[in-house]
Design a protein around this ligand. Structure first.
Ligand code: GTP
Ligand code: SPV
Ligand code: MN
Length: 587
C-alpha cells in the first residue's frame, strides 16, 4: 500500500479512534460479509429473492433524505476563489472544526477504507480516490457506483507523490446541526460529517467528480459537468453522441435510457452515463467519459411506461433507499406500474395504506444499481478515449416561457443559454420545491470554484474547439393554462432528439427567432403523436415576447446578483438577445 495513504489512514485512525479498520478490496466475499453484517444490524432489509434478486432496502434517518446545499462548503484560501454561488469557509478554521467533530467519532465502530477509481480504467482523465467511512451503507453503495477495491490500489502504485483524493466521512449522530460537507480543492480533500445520504456521503459523485472535478478540469483544460451522455443511432446506422445538463431530478436518467416510440422503428438510444460527464478536447472535438460505474436514480415515477430500461436495470442487484416495503417483501413507490398495495411499510417504517396522507416512498427515494444491468448500455462505455459529442443540451423544469426546444446560434450564445438556464427546484435537495431558480449548466450546487471563472472556462473551451458540438435548450415541462404538462415527454422526447441530430447533420430546417433556431411544426416528426393538439404544439414552440421581456430582466438580475464576475461576452449576449426582440417586434 502507498505510504502516503497509510500515513493518512493512520492520522484519521488516531483522530476518530475506531475499534477496528477494514480495508476494502472489492471482492465478492467481502460484499457478502458486509451485507450479512448490515442485515444483522438492520442497516439493510433483504427483499424477496424471487421478486427482487440480490436486492436490499435501506431507510435513512428521516432528517437526512437529500443533499444539503446550505451545509455544503468550498474551503479555498480566499472567498473570491469559491465565488458568489458557493458557501465558503476558511480552510484552517474548517479543518479545526471538523477535527473537533471527528475526535473519537468512530469509537466502538469499524472504520472502512474504500479505494476507488472514477473513470474507465484506461482513460487519461481517470481519478483515484480513497473514502474513509463508518457507514456500511456507504461502502455497499460505493461498490455499485464506482470501480472499487484492488483496481484503485494497483493504479495508485507506490509513488508517494501520486495524486489521489482524500475523502473522510463519518455519520456522527446524524444530526442536521452537525452536518457539513466540506471541500478543500487545493488539497484534493473532502470531509463530510453528520449525514448518511446520497450526494452528501458517496464522496465519489458530486464531491469528487463534480466539485473537486470542476476545479481540476479548469486547471487542466477539460470539463467536468452534471450531464448525461447518450448515443443515438439512426436507421441508416449513423451514430451520434449527445450530452445533456438538466438540474437534479429534471430527467437525465430518463433521457439517457429513452426508448423511441413505435413510429421511430430502427432508431436506437444507448446510455454512456446518466449524471456526470468528463469531457476533453481531442482533434478539435469534445470527447466524453462517464466517470461512474452505476446509477443513483430517482425512484418515484419510474415505471414500465416511463422508463422500461430503468425498470430492467433495477430488477436485481439493487440497493434501494427510502422506498416502501410491501407485505411480500417487494418494493413499491408512487408511480410504479399496477395498483398500489393494500398495505405496505412506508419509507419511515410506518404502516401505510392507499388512504394514508403520507407518501409511501420519499419523493427523493433512490436506487443504486450497477450500470452493467442496463439493457441499453453503450458498447463504448469502458472506452478510455470517450465518445465524441455532437450536441450539448441544456434544460430545466419551466412551466412557461421556454419552448420545447431551440438551438443556439453558436458556442458563445450556447454558453449564455447554459449560464442563464433556470428550473423549478425539486426534492433532490432540501428546501422549497417548485421555486424557480437560476442554475447555470445545472452546476449551481456543484461548481467547485468561482462561477465567473467557470463561465470564462466555457468560453475559452469553445475557442479551442474547431468542431464544437451544437448547443440546444429543451423544456419537457411546459404547462397549459390549466396546469397540465403540454408535452408527453419520456419516449416522445425522441422527436426532439431526432431534430437535434438532424440539425447536426444539417438536413432539417428551422425558424430563426430572437432566442435561437426553433423548429417549425413541419420540421418535427409528429406522426402518431397522441394527446397533443396542433394548438398545444404551437404553444409548445411559441416564444412569447412578454414572457421573454421578464426572462431577460431576470437574466440581468441574476448576473447582477453574482457581483461583477460575469464575463463581458455574456453581458453582451444579453444585450444582443434584447436587441433581437426589439428588431423583431419592429419588423
Ligand atoms: P438526478 O439523479 O437527481 O440528477 O435526476 P435526473 O436528472 O436523472 O432525473 P430523472 O431522470 O430521475 O427524473 C426525475 C423526475 O422527472 C422523475 O420523476 C421522472 O419521472 C420525471 N421526468 C423525467 N423525464 C420526464 C419527461 O420527459 N417528462 C415529464 N413530465 N417528467 C419527466
Ligand atoms: C442529484 O441531486 O443531482 C443527484 C442525487 O444525482 S445525489 O447523488 O444525492 O446528489
Ligand atoms: Mn444528479
Amino acid at each position: 500500500m502507498n505510504q502516503a495513504v497509510l500515513d493518512w489512514v493512520h492520522e484519521v485512525e488516531l483522530l476518530a479512534q475506531p475499534e477496528n479498520i477494514f480495508w476494502c478490496d472489492g471482492s465478492e466475499r467481502e460484499n457478502e460479509f458486509l451485507i450479512a453484517e448490515s442485515l444483522k444490524q438492520n442497516v439493510l432489509i433483504k427483499l424477496n429473492e424471487k421478486k427482487a434478486p440480490r436486492s436490499y432496502l435501506h431507510r435513512s434517518n428521516p432528517n437526512d433524505v437529500a443533499r444539503v446545499e446550505q451545509f455544503t462548503f468550498i474551503c479555498t484560501p480566499t472567498k473570491a476563489e469559491a465565488g458568489p454561488t458557493n458557501n465558503w469557509s476558511e480552510p484552517g478554521e474548517t479543518y479545526s472544526k471538523l477535527r473537533g467533530l471527528l475526535k473519537g467519532a468512530m469509537r466502538g465502530r469499524t472504520m472502512f477504507v474504500v479505494p476507488y477509481i472514477m473513470g474507465p480504467p484506461d482513460s487519461s482523465l481517470t481519478k483515484i480516490g480513497f473514502e474513509i467511512t463508518d457507514s456500511k451503507y456507504v461502502v455497499l453503495s460505493m461498490r455499485i457506483m464506482t470501480r472499487m477495491g484492488e483496481i484503485a490500489v494497483k493504479r495508485l502504485g507506490s509513488d508517494p507523490k501520486a495524486e489521489w483524493n482524500r475523502g473522510v466521512h463519518s455519520l456522527l449522530d446524524v444530526n442536521p446541526e452537525r452536518r457539513f460537507i466540506c471541500h478543500f480543492p487545493q488539497d484534493n480533500t473532502i470531509i463530510s460529517v453528520g449525514s448518511g445520504y446520497g450526494g452528501n456521503v458517496l464522496l465519489s459523485k458530486k464531491c469528487l467528480a463534480l466539485r473537486i472535478g470542476s476545479y481540476l478540469a479548469r486547471k487542466q483544460g477539460w470539463l467536468a459537468e452534471h450531464m448525461l451522455i447518450l448515443g443515438v443511432e439512426s436507421p441508416a446506422g449513423k451514430k451520434h453522441y449527445v450530452a445533456a445538463a438538466f438540474p437534479s431530478a429534471c430527467g437525465k436518467t430518463n433521457f439517457a435510457m429513452l426508448i423511441p416510440p413505435k413510429h421511430f422503428a430502427g432508431w436506437k438510444v444507448t446510455t454512456v452515463g446518466d449524471d456526470i460527464a468528463w469531457m476533453q478536447i481531442r482533434d478539435g472535438r469534445l470527447w466524453a467519459v462517464n466517470p461512474e460505474n452505476g446509477y443513483f436514480g430517482v425512484v418515484p415515477g419510474t415505471s414500465c411506461k416511463s422508463n422500461p430500461n430503468a425498470m430492467k436495470s433495477i430488477e436485481r442487484d439493487t440497493l434501494y433507499t427510502n422506498v416502501a416495503l410491501t407485505d411480500d417483501g417487494d418494493v413499491w413507490w408512487e408511480g410504479k406500474d399496477g395498483a398500489p398495495p393494500k398495505h405496505a411499510i412506508d419509507w419511515r417504517g410506518n404502516d401505510w395504506t392507499p388512504d394514508s396522507k403520507e407518501k409511501a416512498a420519499h419523493p427523493n427515494s433512490r436506487f443504486a444499481t450497477p450500470m452493467r444491468n442496463n439493457p441499453v448500455l453503450d458498447p463504448h462505455v469502458e472506452d478510455g478515449k470517450g465518445v465524441p459529442i455532437s450536441a450539448i443540451i441544456f434544460g430545466g423544469r419551466r412551466s412557461d416561457t421556454m419552448p420545447l426546444v431551440f438551438q443556439a446560434f453558436d458556442w458563445e450564445h450556447g454558453t449564455y443559454i447554459g449560464a442563464t438556464m433556470a428550473s423549478e427546484t425539486t426534492a433532490a435537495a432540501t428546501g422549497a420545491v417548485g421555486k424557480i431558480r437560476r442554475d447555470p449548466m445545472a452546476m449551481l450546487p456543484f461548481c467547485g470554484y468561482n462561477i465567473g471563472d467557470y463561465f470564462r472556462h466555457w468560453l475559452e473551451t469553445g475557442k479551442r474547439l474547431t468542431n464544437p458540438p451544437l448547443i440546444f435548450h429543451v423544456n419537457w415541462f411546459r404547462k397549459s393554462a390549466d396546469g397540465k404538462f403540454l408535452w408527453p415527454g419520456f419516449g416522445d422526447n425522441m422527436r426532439v432528439l431526432e431534430w437535434i441530430i438532424d440539425r447536426c447533420e444539417g438536413r432539417v430546417g428551422a425558424h430563426e427567432s430572437a432566442i435561437g433556431h426553433i423548429p417549425r411544426m413541419q420540421d418535427l416528426d409528429l406522426d402518431e403523436l397522441t394527446g397533443v393538439t396542433p394548438n398545444q404544439m404551437r404553444e409548445l414552440l411559441n416564444v412569447n415576447a412578454e414572457e421573454w421581456q421578464k426572462e431577460i430582466l431576470d437574466h440581468a438580475k441574476f448576473f447582477e446578483s453574482l457581483g461583477g464576475v460575469v464575463p463581458p461576452e455574456l453581458e453582451k449576449q444579453r444585450e444582443n438577445l434584447a436587441a433581437r426582440f426589439k428588431s423583431s417586434t419592429r419588423a
